[in-house]
Design a protein around this ligand. Structure first.
Ligand SMILES: [Fe+2]
Length: 225
């Protein structure tokens, strides 16, 4: 599937270009440094049979349509790569055993790993880059991990709760940096959420939920709006 590798490489190139002006944020610079070291031609990863959960097809299309014009080249590359992508739900494999991620997240997410140690298009053991999709009205509960993390949000508005701060909304074409072990949560309103997420350093660590007493109320509120 040479075309698959080419299209995903093109998408990564456009992600790189879009982020080049934001390198004052350390995790962005680290992501680009590691991405630059990848040789797309000589990363022999077996082709992945494209996979797309049917229930998210319309939501993903809508998310792609909602990406702002400032990211036009990235959007075009994403449309080119879309038929080749391998999406899978995070069913808890990124979490410590028994983590209470909640039904809203479990049934509302999918991940397409572009670069990483497994199920990726390009192999790396010290960089993880994925497309991360959450359907509308989803709560991604407060959690933390050892890796330093970048959210390059392609769509918005979406809410983030960072540490003890109150919720704040972010537009499409925005960045969030979660330092190692910073607690963070995401909530998705009517517009489905699509973000480029990267992990640098200690990328094989697992996520740990950070319990809050308002999860059920937040999930109820999102579900009824
Ligand atoms: Fe995270």
């Amino acid at each position: 599937m040479e075309n698959q590798a080419n299209q995903v490489a093109q998408l990564l190139t456009e992600i790189h270009c879009a982020l080049e002006t934001r390198t004052t944020i350390p995790v962005v610079q680290q992501t680009l440094d590691k991405l630059s070291l990848l040789n797309f031609e000589s990363s022999p990863v077996p082709a992945l049979a494209p996979q797309m959960p049917a229930q998210f097809e319309a939501g993903l299309d809508l998310a792609v349509e909602n990406i702002p014009a400032s990211l036009d080249l990235l959007t075009q590359a994403l449309k080119g790569a879309k038929p080749y992508l391998y999406w899978q739900p995070d069913g808890g494999q990124f979490y410590e055993e028994g983590s209470d991620v909640g039904c809203s997240y479990r049934e509302g997410n999918m991940i397409c790993t572009l670069v990483g140690p497994q199920n990726s298009f390009f192999y790396s053991n010290d960089l993880f880059i994925c497309l991360f999709f959450l359907q509308s009205q989803t709560l991604y509960r407060d959690h933390m991990h050892e890796a330093s993390e970048m959210y390059f949000n392609l769509t918005g508005p979406c809410g983030f709760r960072l540490g003890e701060a109150d919720w704040a909304d972010y537009p499409g074409d925005s960045l969030v940096w979660n330092r190692p072990w910073d607690v963070h949560a995401t909530r998705v309103y009517q517009a489905p959420f699509l973000s480029v997420v990267s992990w640098v350093d200690n990328i094989n660590g697992l996520c740990r939920v950070a319990p809050r007493d308002d999860w059920l109320a937040l999930e109820d509120k999102l579900a009824t709006h």
